[in-house]
Design a protein around this ligand. Sequence first.
Ligand SMILES: NC(=O)c1ccc[n+]([C@@H]2O[C@H](COP(=O)([O-])OP(=O)(O)OC[C@H]3O[C@@H](n4cnc5c(N)ncnc54)[C@H](OP(=O)(O)O)[C@@H]3O)[C@@H](O)[C@H]2O)c1
Length: 219
Amino acid sequence: MGADPDPGGRLPLRLAQRPEQLRASVEDNLRSLGVDRLAVVNLRRLDTGPGLRPEGDQVVDLDDQLAAMTALRDEGKIGAIGLSSVTLDGLRRALPAGVVCVQNAYSLVSRDDEDMLRLCAAEGIAWVPFFPLGGAVPGLPKATDEPVVHAVAESLGATPSQVGLAWLLHHAPNALLIPGTANTAHLEANIAVSEIALDAETLATLDGVESRSNEVPIG
Ligand SMILES: NC(=O)c1ccc[n+]([C@@H]2O[C@H](COP(=O)([O-])OP(=O)(O)OC[C@H]3O[C@@H](n4cnc5c(N)ncnc54)[C@H](OP(=O)(O)O)[C@@H]3O)[C@@H](O)[C@H]2O)c1
């Protein structure tokens, strides 16, 4: 929650950050899905990572949003709260509300959030990165552009995308992968990533890939 579809708009999404808009978005989703409860809802902040930045009445304090989210959870309309595009400070502030997952842009080539990842692991919070291979929008680095990733892929008989995803699973024990794909072969390859073992030397090699910032504006 935090943005609603805007078909025909300049961008396909329009910000909906205000507490009453979060509630309306949840209720709209309940209606359209025909369910009584959404198991987990990510509050999509706009504090960090690639994407839009809020202006005007869309600049909303995190505490006000958490109050709306916890009220929805108390009412049983949502089961649990996640956060997306949040800063480390924001996550720390939100911990007392109970956060089950964090969804920031993160990949082998964009590792701005190592401290947050450690905090999530310590707090038992799932790390569910979007753009897990990087490069989903112009200007962002791609894991599959790295020569080292190709070399490791060749040595393992895997694809470069599989290596980028396998690195995430090895790097973060609390990582859950959500790579998007419209290609069946890619889907099968992504499922098979759980069977790829990276030894310590290979992991160290991949850890040596340079991390670059995720701060790419969209819009
Ligand atoms: N919280 C947020 O702000 C935010 C933002 C963006 C996305 N998300 C979420 O993140 C998830 C994934 O998002 P996404 O699909 O936009 O981005 P993505 O996972 O970063 O990128 C998908 C791209 O990777 C390619 N790909 C996937 N698997 C591959 C493989 N094995 N080999 C080669 N290419 C591969 C896909 O191409 P093919 O179709 O050709 O495989 C597609 O171009 C979704 O659940 C989405 O809702 C959240």
